[in-house]
Ligand binder design. Structure first.
Ligand code: 5GP
Ligand code: ZN
Length: 111
């Protein structure tokens, strides 16, 4: 079973941010910013190409919810959403995931 499936079913501990029937969100173990969160569908799919339209529809509704939750709780000034597919896109865990990366004005290093 993949590591993110093990996180969903609690075999590997995680810092949960959000959960519903279709979705699990948790803090990244190697955060690039405060509050760096991974949001994943509960159904196992390696990449975006493997996720059915129905599963994507159910899962994706939680992305803006978690984004708003991060904004409200962390008072971040910006938010990057990033999703990697395949090793040449630097995907390292083969269970679809979206990175939600809060950004802060005080750490901003220029346009
Ligand atoms: P990718 O490079 O595949 O887009 O991102 C995978 C992410 O998963 C990385 O940012 C990495 O830090 C995170 N990650 C890998 N293993 C674990 C883990 O066991 N727990 C948590 N919370 N994050 C993990
Ligand atoms: Zn999985």
């Amino acid at each position: 079973m993949c590591i993110f499936c093990q996180i969903i079913n609690g075999e590997i501990p995680s810092k949960k941010i959000y959960e519903d029937e279709y979705t699990y969100a948790f803090l990244d173990i190697e955060p690039v910013s405060l509050g760096h969160t991974l949001i994943i569908p509960k159904v196992h799919a390696e990449t975006i190409y493997d996720l059915s339209a129905e599963d994507m529809k159910n899962f994706s509704q939680s992305i803006p919810k978690v984004a708003k939750h991060l904004k409200e709780t962390l008072n971040c000034d910006g938010l990057n959403i990033l999703q990697n597919n395949g090793e040449y896109a630097l995907q390292s865990v083969f269970h679809v995931h979206f990175h939600l990366i809060p950004r802060y004005s005080e750490q901003f290093d220029g346009f």
